[in-house]
Design a protein around this ligand. Structure first.
Ligand SMILES: C[S@@+](CC[C@H](N)C(=O)[O-])C[C@H]1O[C@@H](n2cnc3c(N)ncnc32)[C@H](O)[C@@H]1O
Length: 209
């Protein structure tokens, strides 16, 4: 294993996670605006809103253990989660397709992924995931849902044709009300999907049964 490569990845993740700890100061304006109208992604253009280190390491291990070569991510932000996913596929010879609505975030993610030495393993599609992943024709081994919560279900349904017996779906923020339609759909289709609640129900790991 290339020790220098691993060090570069871990250092970059450590810098990004510690910068993300200041998100609270970047989210103020968005939270105030959302008092008057529904929240919008652009309200949080400067915030990472990332998964935890523990979740990143967990997904990396899941992908390696299941040899999930084709990974799709909904919600890149500044690329913290993408770096974990890309590091996993680097080790098993796969690819991550990730999608981010906001151009400025997509650009920062691209720079962060490049700093981590992982650009060869990632394709970033900038724009609304419902468009950038439309007509997706590749079988999906691992799907990570972390974009706007009310799109979890429509996006999942749009990609469902590309799932197979070993597909894993990791959905974050399942404690948020907007994920309810997705939660209901998964729960109502127990013969097709089996789910384990992790991190006290904050995340759901679903397997095609
Ligand atoms: C919770 S953050 C993602 C955090 C990232 N996965 C991480 O852990 O580092 C959600 C991201 O989804 C993006 N987003 C929201 N709606 C989207 C859409 N329709 N298509 C693509 N990205 C979207 C937001 O701009 C935001 O950057």
């Amino acid at each position: 294993m290339n020790v220098d490569k691993i060090k570069i990845i871990e250092n970059k993740l450590s810098v990004l996670h510690s910068d993300a700890e200041k998100d609270i100061f970047r989210m103020g304006k968005g939270i105030v605006r959302s008092i008057f109208r529904p929240m919008q992604p652009a309200d949080f253009e400067n915030a990472y809103l990332p998964i935890s280190k523990k979740q990143g390491e967990e997904m990396r291990q899941l992908i390696i253990d299941n040899k999930s070569k084709n990974v799709v991510e909904f919600g890149t932000s500044f690329g913290i989660s993408t770096i974990y996913l890309a590091d996993a596929v680097r080790q098993i010879g796969g690819k991550v397709i990730t999608t981010e609505l906001l151009e400025s975030k997509s650009q920062k993610a691209s720079k962060n992924i490049s700093d981590a030495g992982l650009s060869d393993y990632v394709e970033i599609r900038t724009g609304d995931a419902m468009t950038t992943l439309k007509d997706f024709q590749t079988p999906i081994d691992f799907l990570f849902l972390d974009g706007w919560k009310d799109l979890y279900l429509p996006l999942f349904k749009m990609l469902e044709n590309q799932f197979h017996a070993d597909t894993l779906i990791y959905a974050d923020n399942m404690d948020m009300a907007a994920t309810r339609p997705y939660a209901d759909y998964i729960s109502e289709n127990k013969s097709t999907y089996s789910t384990r609640l992790i991190h006290g129900g904050k995340a759901w790991l679903t397997k095609v049964a």
